[in-house]
Design a protein around this ligand. Structure first.
Ligand SMILES: *[C@@H]1O[C@H](CO)[C@@H](O)[C@H](O)[C@H]1NC(C)=O
Ligand SMILES: *[C@@H]1O[C@H](CO)[C@@H](O)[C@H](O)[C@H]1NC(C)=O
Ligand SMILES: *[C@@H]1O[C@H](CO)[C@@H](O)[C@H](O)[C@H]1NC(C)=O
Ligand SMILES: *[C@@H]1O[C@H](CO)[C@@H](O)[C@H](O)[C@H]1NC(C)=O
Ligand SMILES: *[C@@H]1O[C@H](CO)[C@@H](O)[C@H](O)[C@H]1NC(C)=O
Ligand SMILES: *[C@@H]1O[C@H](CO)[C@@H](O)[C@H](O)[C@H]1NC(C)=O
Ligand SMILES: *[C@@H]1O[C@H](CO)[C@@H](O)[C@H](O)[C@H]1NC(C)=O
Ligand SMILES: *[C@@H]1O[C@H](CO)[C@@H](O)[C@H](O)[C@H]1NC(C)=O
Ligand SMILES: *[C@@H]1O[C@H](CO)[C@@H](O)[C@H](O)[C@H]1NC(C)=O
Ligand SMILES: *[C@@H]1O[C@H](CO)[C@@H](O)[C@H](O)[C@H]1NC(C)=O
Ligand SMILES: *[C@@H]1O[C@H](CO)[C@@H](O)[C@H](O)[C@H]1NC(C)=O
Length: 859
């Protein structure tokens, strides 16, 4: 059978087919190699023989070269050949196919085809053959005694029939035919006893058959295929095809001057024929009135075996009620695209047809490039018209009401054997309600490009449905129950070009698609989706292809890991700046199982900065095939760079981020160090003060002194604290003690004698200094070397500064001779600006010294 219902999986597998086709072509190209006899030709072996197929097309050849005898098929298409020289093919008796189309051949000589005794197919279309002038020797064709297929199209513009009566084997003939009045294929055609197919189509040749009558095909009763498309037919009288009892396929499309009413003349002639396919597309002018498909148009087909009818672009607005009943049982497929249908009861008839394929799309745009072909037609009498120009097919619910079942549910009568229906671009406009179908076999429903704005559902009884196209419907609302569990076999779901971005992000529990367990392909491109909730595709374990391109998604947040068969994820043209770790993990875990995973991330807003380091790194190491990777770009702080080589980009970012990190670390440590040094400095600078204060607190804590308002009247426990090195204790315990305490009555505090045992030394010292009026320092080299002595010295200084209003309480006694160089700066300072005495160490001096000393202390 010639007709063919488009396979329901066609779209699903289109991608696979395409890739396998490409593969096949590549494979073929591999087989072609340069011919040994002519470098400008490509040759290929004929499987199972030593013969060759040669392709010399498009090489600007002027004369035809000689070809070896084992050429079986030869293409000289699209060269500059103007003459076929005598005897050029003499040695080519094995040749079966010769293509000379698209040349400049104007001369065929007497022996041009000599030798081509086994030629089956000759193509001379698109040349300059003129049948006058004797440049065209008919006798040349006499050698082609076995020729079956001859193409002479696009040569002549006149009504001239070459004398080809010797071609007894001819089965198909394609030629030009020009007849300004009645076209008659005359008695010469009666020689073509085997001719089955005649192609006169004006789409590929020159055709003009103004008037067709019963005489036109008088000599061709055996014809099975007749192509009269675009032949400028104006009148087609009854009886034209009456003799063509064997006709299987008749194409009268694109004869717009005929007008739709002529269909009756055509079908009348076909009532006893073998017709299977009838094509009457565009037999009505685009500027004519709308038409009605009437009973009389098809009544005559009732006893035929017609299988398919094409009547696209005929401005049909309605179908006469009951007319469709006359289509025979064999009728399986109808194409009534690009008409002007409006709602009517005929829809009930259509629905009751036993067809498998119903193509009713493009109800809104009846005109395309072919149909806008305007012919100048003779004026004919007015045809019956309907005034209404409303071509809405199912506007809102009136038509659906016809199918409302008493329980309030819509039950749509689906033709029992219908497998495929297309209502694409048909102005169907309503909310998809709670709807069921009658018993059906439907596999493929195309409702794209309509106004099905709300999908409420549930749609039930669609268990065989595999392919659903709801794209381009302005849909913003799909209920969680729309896809009922009856969608169990749905494999291909096309939802692109809607507004589902308004509803999908709210489906956090993944309910909308929960029943679609067997879907392999979902297209959600162009839906203004901002975010895919994590569980949206939770039940799509079998998904292979997911198209989310051209949305406004900024990351992959949805579960993917369970889609073990996923092959292609399209995220082209979204707003992804970088993929989250979650997304990368999900994708990589599929890639581990499925090596074929491809993902398209082109045209996103990638950024290349320190935050996206791991993403760029992922690009380098991921096993996933990144489709269109060459187009990937990312924004850096300065400009946009290509991600063609992510390794390089990663290195750059890494370097930048490292120096950045380093900077931060250096800066923080610097600041910390500074603070630390500052504190250290401060502590060092005030170390004595701090120690003093600390011990003072400790002292006061231990024995708080009696409170006195006046400092001058303060009572001291001792007159003087003697600070000395242990090495100098003989001097202190004998001389000093005798002279000051025993003789002078000065109460001294000596650490050996007066310190409280049990208290720590520092506290004792501080307390002693604090409780003595003066502090006597016995300065010597030993003193300077002793830690505790220096401690006492410093504490005494602090005492003088902070407790005694800078009154000098220090009293230096140089016990031995010391040079200025030996003294530390601090002490030297004191020596310079304050009093000190040197111990004279002689009899007389001693007396004076002690007297002075006593005075100084007492004062
Ligand atoms: C072949 O024909 C084309 C188109 O007429 C012309 O441009 C080209 O120069 C011709 N080549 C030769 C070799 O004559
Ligand atoms: C002849 O060539 C034309 C144009 O290349 C092509 O469309 C047609 O199929 C060919 N016909 C035959 C019978 O080879
Ligand atoms: C015959 O063809 C030749 C060249 O092909 C041309 O010069 C001549 O004018 C033609 N004669 C007629 C009568 O068409
Ligand atoms: C008639 O010929 C045209 C042009 O080659 C082609 O498009 C059309 O399919 C043919 N019709 C049939 C029925 O083969
Ligand atoms: C149909 O056939 C009738 C009778 O043969 C003829 O009068 C009429 O003009 C034909 N219609 C067309 C559109 O050719
Ligand atoms: C088809 O056949 C039936 C029964 O044989 C007959 O009544 C009817 O007239 C026929 N229709 C046509 C159009 O020949
Ligand atoms: C309504 O439709 C249901 C399901 O198709 C069917 O079972 C029931 O009989 C119908 N009721 C009426 C009143 O048509
Ligand atoms: C759809 O219609 C069926 C049958 O009338 C009913 O049982 C079901 O509850 C309806 N569903 C919704 C969501 O309205
Ligand atoms: C979606 O459609 C349902 C049913 O018609 C309706 O109740 C709901 O309000 C619609 N939601 C929005 C956001 O339009
Ligand atoms: C999905 O739909 C978009 C928009 O119509 C289209 O461009 C794209 O090719 C479709 N995807 C696939 C994989 O067919
Ligand atoms: C990957 O693709 C190749 C060719 O397209 C196919 O043969 C193979 O089965 C696929 N592998 C998987 C795991 O899908």
């Amino acid at each position: 059978m010639m007709w063919n219902i488009n396979h329901p999986y066609m779209l699903v597998t289109a991608f696979v087919l395409l890739s396998s086709c490409k593969h096949a072509i590549l494979h073929d190209i591999k087989e072609w190699k340069t011919c040994q006899f002519a470098i400008c030709c490509q040759c290929k072996d004929v499987p199972g023989s030593r013969n060759l197929i040669a392709d010399c097309s498009g090489k600007d050849l002027l004369p035809i070269p000689m070809f070896p005898s084992n050429i079986q098929e030869l293409s000289l298409r699209n060269n500059n050949i103007s003459t076929i020289l005598d005897g050029i093919f003499v040695g080519n008796s094995l040749m079966t196919t010769l293509d000379l189309s698209f040349n400049k051949i104007s001369r065929i000589q007497k022996n041009s085809f000599k030798g081509l005794t086994n030629l089956l197919s000759l193509n001379l279309s698109n040349n300059d053959l003129k049948y006058e002038n004797r440049s065209f020797e008919y006798s040349a064709f006499h050698f082609l005694e076995n020729l079956k297929h001859l193409n002479l199209k696009k040569n002549v513009h006149t009504s001239f029939m070459p004398d080809l009566w010797k071609l007894r084997s001819l089965e198909s003939l394609s030629m030009d035919y020009i007849a300004d009045k009645i076209g008659i294929l005359d008695e010469k055609f009666s020689y073509f006893k085997n001719l089955k197919k005649i192609d006169l189509s004006g789409l590929t040749g020159n055709c003009k058959l103004t008037i067709l009558t019963e005489k036109t095909f008088l000599f061709l009763p055996q014809i099975t295929h007749l192509n009269l498309s675009k032949c400028k037919i104006q009148y087609l009288f009854k009886g034209t095809f009456k003799l063509l009892r064997n006709i299987l396929e008749l194409d009268i499309s694109l004869n717009t001057c005929l007008r739709f009413e002529a269909l009756e003349n055509i079908t009348t002639d076909l009532q006893h024929s073998a017709i299977e396919i009838l094509k009457v597309n565009y037999i009505h002018g685009i500027l004519e009135k709308t038409t009605v498909l009437k009973t009389s148009h098809i009544w005559n087909l009732q006893n035929t075996s017609i299988v398919r009818l094409e009547a696209a672009g005929n401005r049909i607005q309605t179908i006469e009620s009951g007319a469709i009943k006359y289509l025979p049982e064999t009728f399986k497929s109808v194409d009534i695209r690009k008409n002007m249908f409006s709602a009517g009861n005929y829809l009930l008839d259509v629905i009751n047809m036993k067809i498998a394929s119903l193509e009713m799309s493009d109800n809104t745009s009846p005109y395309d490039i072919i149909s806008s072909y305007v012919e100048k037609c003779p004026i004919k009498e007015e045809t019956i018209t309907i005034n209404s120009e409303n071509n809405w097919l199912y506007t809102e619910l009136p038509i659906l009401k016809l199918f409302k079942n008493r329980s309030g549910k819509f039950v749509f009568p689906m033709p029992r054997s219908l497998k495929k229906v297309s209502l694409r671009s048909s102005n169907v406009k309503f909310e998809l309600p709670n709807l069921s179908f009658t018993e059906n076999e439907i596999e493929n429903i195309d409702l794209s490009d309509n106004f099905l704005h709300t999908w409420t559902g549930p749609i039930t009884n669609v268990k065989k449905l595999t392919h659903l196209d709801l794209s381009v419907n302005f849909c913003s609302n799909v209920s969680k129950t729309f896809f009922s569990p009856d969608f169990i076999n749905l494999r291909c779901l096309l939802l692109q070009n809607n507004l589902l971005g308004l509803v999908l992000p709210t489906d956090v529990n993944g309910e909308i698609f929960q029943n679609l367990h067997n879907v392999v392909y979902i297209n959600l491109s162009k839906n203004k989706i901002t975010n895919i909730p994590n569980l949206l595709f939770q039940k799509q374990h079998n998904l292979e292809r997911l198209d989310l391109s051209e949305n406004i998604i900024d990351d992959i947040n949805f579960k993917l890991f369970h889609m073990k068969k996923l092959m292609f994820l399209n995220l082209r043209n979204n707003r992804i700046s970088t993929l989250s770790q979650y997304a990368m993990n999900e994708l990589d875990s599929i890639a581990k199982i499925n090596k074929n995973l491809t993902i398209d991330l082109a045209e996103n807003n990638f950024v290349c900065n320190c935050d996206s380091q791991s993403f760029v790194k992922w690009m380098i190491y991921t096993p996933i095939v990144l489709h269109h990777r060459k187009e990937y770009q990312c924004k850096t702080s300065q400009n946009t760079i290509s991600l063609r080589n992510p390794r390089e980009v990663f290195k750059t970012i890494q370097k930048e981020c490292m120096s950045y990190e380093g900077l931060i670390i250096a800066l923080t440590t610097g600041i910390l160090m500074f603070i630390f040094i500052l504190c250290g400095g401060i502590v060092y600078r005030y170390r004595w003060k701090l120690r003093y204060l600390y011990y003072m607190v400790k002292v006061k804590w231990h024995d708080p002194e009696p409170h006195s308002d006046n400092k001058d009247e303060r009572l001291y426990m001792y007159d003087a604290f003697v600070s000395y090195a242990n090495e100098d204790d003989t001097f202190v315990h004998h001389k000093l003690l005798n002279n000051l305490e025993k003789n002078g009555g000065i109460q001294l505090c000596l650490h050996r004698r007066n310190f409280l045992p049990g208290n720590d030394i520092a506290t004792n010292i501080t307390s002693a200094i604090h409780n003595s009026r003066k502090t006597i320092v016995i300065m010597s080299a030993n003193y300077l070397a002793s830690y505790w002595c220096m401690f006492e010295y410093n504490m005494a200084k602090m005492e003088s500064i902070y407790e005694r209003n800078c009154e000098n309480i220090l009293f230096l006694v140089f016990y031995e001779q010391m040079s200025a160089c030996d003294l530390p700066l601090k002490i030297l300072e004191l020596v310079h600006c304050q009093s000190y005495i040197e111990y004279p160490n002689d009899e007389y001096g001693d007396v004076v010294f002690w007297e002075q000393f006593q005075k100084a202390i007492k004062y």
